[in-house]
Each structure stands twice: as C-alpha cells, then as structure tokens.
Design a protein around this ligand. Structure first.
Ligand code: URA
Length: 440
C-alpha cells in the first residue's frame, strides 16, 4: 500500500477502506508517513469529506493508537464532557462539581488552550498548588473520594490525534467535520467513561460558524459515541458572544466559583445548569426536569462549591483562593476601554476577543509561551446592552504593560456599537440525541 495512492483516491472523493485508514494512521504515528503527505491527505479530506463509516473507522484507529483507559476501579457510572472550544468557556469547572455533588462520577481529562480558545487545564493551574498530573491510581482514588477529578490528558491518550491535531493547526485543516469529530471522539472513547455529553459551540468564536454545520458535527459525534456503546448527547450552545464576563485563567476560576456560590452571570449559570442536568440524565439520575432541580439544589445548598474545594485540596491546591479572590496573584497593569459613542452593542466577535486575551498573556502565542494566569479581560457590556459615551466596555488585565495599547485596538475592532438594539440570541440552540434533533 502507498500513501501516494490513498491521497489520490481522497483527492478524487473516493472512499478509503478500513485497511487503508489503519495503514495511514499507524504509518503516520510511527513516522513512516511524513507530515507533508499527511497534510495533503487532511486537505483532501477537508475538501471531499468522509462518509460515516470512514469517520467511525478513523476514530476507532485513532483511539486505539494509545492507552484505552479502564475506569472500572471507579464505582458508579462515569460521565465525561467535552466542549468543542470557546472563549470564556469555563463550564467544566462548574458542571463537574455539580454532577459529582449529585452522585455522578466525573473522571475527566482536559486539554490546554488552543489558538483563541481557552483550556480547562490552564485554568485549573491558576489555582496555586493544583496538580493536573496524577498517576492512574491517584486519579481513580480522587474520583472515588470526591466524585470528581479533573487532570490533564496523559501523554499516551490518542497519540495519533495529538500528532494530527498539531499538523492540522498549522495547515488550516482544523475546521473539518470528519477531522474534528474523529479527533474529539477518539479521545473520549480512549478516556473510558460510560456516557458523554458534548457541548458543540456555534458562532463567531467557535470552529463551526453556522448552526447547520454545528448540528451536523453533533450528529456525527453522537453516532460515533452510540456506535461504540457509550450513551452520548450533544447540546449546541452559543459562542457568538463569550460566555460570562471573565476571560483569562484566574478570572475564569473566580467567575466559576461565583456560579457555584449562586451569584454568577445569568448566561453562564443557565448554560452550566443545562449541561449538568443532561449529564445527570445520562447517568440515570432521573427525568430531565428532576435532574435540573437536583443541579439547581447543588448550587443553592453549597454542596457543588464544597465538592470543588474538596477536589482542589485532594489535588494539592489551595482552596483559600476560592473563598477569598484577593489571594490570587493580581495583574500589575489594567486599562478600561470606554465607549466612544452612545448606542447598543450590536456585534461582538468572540474569536477576536479571544485573540485579545492571548495578546494580554492569557493564552500562548507560541507552543513554548508561558501563560500569565492573572491576565485577561472582564467585560462590562455584552451583546445587546445599551451603552453611553464614556462607559467602560471592558477592563484589560496584564503583566505586560506594552500589550495594553494593541489589546485596546483589537478589542475596539471586535466590538461594534450601533444605533438599534439587536435581538438577543438563544444560549442553547438545539439538543442532539441518537436519531433525534430538538431545536429550541
Ligand atoms: N477540539 C478537539 O479536540 N479537536 C478538534 O479537532 C477540534 C476541537
């Protein structure tokens, strides 16, 4: 078999066989197939797609390229969650302890920030002392004790995806449904949970910019999960506007704790409750309505917040910062960006706002960059809000004073103030289950 012939087939829109997919992925992981041939293949897939059978096979081969984690040492039903990536998306920090406080088990491996999107592991590392690397036994023991543990992805989880993702990132082939679906689901299948809740983001800050594409991606991933024997549900949630007000690592931890303490932003609280209720539904805790009531109660009675603190302590973190935010390292420089006219916020480009946070130091400009945990933005006006000339639109935080000017210019370009108040967009657009799409 020759990779050249497989590229030619896909270039002409033909279907790859199971053996060909196996040959391609195994060869790429062990170095027999070079990056330049794999990039030609990913671009051919970007243009010509793959059928459902090819996507399922690609996912299985990628999942099996590394460890397939056996979670049977953890008692009870395990539920995983994955977001396709967003700006200000800190929902894992909220939903994981809610679900655990209600009796679900969350053994979660999360990723780092990618491009303009933040990553849960970076956010958790903003908590002094929190260890995101645990060995298998400590990971299982933490879930058995606290109901939840969130750690970084182990080096050998779907190594084929790790290599392929890095290649796609620099060859403009990330935004392809077969490639995103196989990338996400290979990691979810390898991570071993019984059930999977997918948060598929849609809009300017998401990889999928349209609702139709987001639903198609969700259906593809749900079919892969169910085909592999895992109960899988997807919610399509808005990422036209960043979620909540805080963007940046410690800022997002603080805002998540506000939600767990019952006084977080409305949009973030609502999306988190919908995600958490669906996770509880997947592990069989009751009807959707019962699960929603349970999730709300876990916030009201403080049990979700205490569960998060217990996990943080079990993983070496200092939970004092979660009770008193002034104990977080503070950014030495800040700047308010003010409105230059009266009107309404008629456009917020979430991707550009995410890029602004990277310039301030909240994300990585190169793979080697260090994150500044205190850097980021706190939005004061969001899509649809009325503004008066001179009102603060956002506060920028950084340790690099010289980045403020550029960040201010970027933020002004990302946000439009117009004359007419726009209609608010829904927070959750649809729910996708096996063979079923409910649009809201
Ligand atoms: N997240 C992933 O893990 N993979 C993708 O391809 C896109 C988002």
């Amino acid at each position: 078999m020759r990779m050249y012939d497989l590229i030619t087939k896909k270039k002409h829109g033909e279907v790859l066989t199971d053996e060909e997919i196996q040959f391609m992925i195994t060869g790429y992981v062990n170095g027999d197939i070079p990056d330049y041939q794999m990039s030609a293949m990913t671009m051919a897939i970007w243009f010509n797609g793959m059928n459902d059978h090819e996507i399922t096979e690609l996912t299985k081969v990628m999942a099996k390229s590394g460890d397939m984690i056996d979670l049977s040492a953890i008692e009870g039903k395990k539920v995983d969650k994955h977001s396709t990536g967003g700006v200000g998306d800190k929902t894992t920090l909220i939903v994981a302890p809610i679900v655990a406080a209600c009796g679900g088990k969350v053994a979660k491996m999360s990723g780092r920030g990618l491009g303009h999107t933040g990553g849960t592991v970076d956010k958790l590392e903003a908590i002094p002392g929190y260890r995101t690397v645990l060995d298998r036994k400590e990971f299982f023991d933490t879930v058995n004790k606290c109901g939840v543990s969130v750690i970084g992805q182990s080096g050998n989880l779907a190594p084929a995806d790790k290599k392929l993702y890095a290649l796609r990132d620099v060859t403009a082939t990330v935004d392809s449904i077969p490639l995103i679906a196989s990338s996400i689901m290979s990691k979810k299948l390898a991570a071993g949970s019984d059930c999977i809740l997918l948060d598929v983001k849609t809009g300017s800050g998401a990889f999928m910019k349209t609702l139709d594409d987001s639903i198609k991606l969700a259906q593809t991933m749900v079919a892969i999960g169910e085909g592999a024997g895992r109960r899988t549900v997807a919610l399509i949630t808005d990422m036209d506007t960043p979620l909540g007000f805080g963007i940046g690592n410690s800022l997002e931890v603080m805002e998540s704790m506000d939600v767990l303490k019952g006084h977080g932003p409305e949009d973030l609280t609502e999306v988190s409750l919908q995600l958490a209720s669906n996770m509880l539904y997947l592990v069989g805790k009751g009807t959707p309505e019962e699960c929603r009531a349970m999730a709300e109660k876990a916030i009201e009675d403080g049990s979700a917040f205490e569960t998060f603190c217990t996990m943080v302590k079990a993983q070496g973190g200092d939970d004092a910062v979660l009770r008193d935010y002034t104990k977080f390292a503070q950014a030495p420089f800040k700047l308010d960006v003010v409105a230059d006219r009266d009107g309404f916020i008629t456009k917020m480009n979430a991707e550009e706002i995410g890029e602004t946070s990277v310039v301030l130091g909240a994300g990585r400009e190169t793979k080697e960059s260090d994150i500044d945990f205190s850097a980021g933005l706190v939005l004061h006006k969001k899509f649809g809000d009325a503004v008066k000339k001179g009102d603060s639109l956002v506060t920028l935080y950084t340790s690099k004073e010289e980045s403020l000017k550029n960040a201010e210019r970027m933020y002004r370009e990302a946000v439009t103030i117009g004359d007419t108040q726009p209609e608010k967009e829904p927070l959750v657009y649809a729910r996708v289950e096996k063979d079923k799409v409910e649009k809201y």
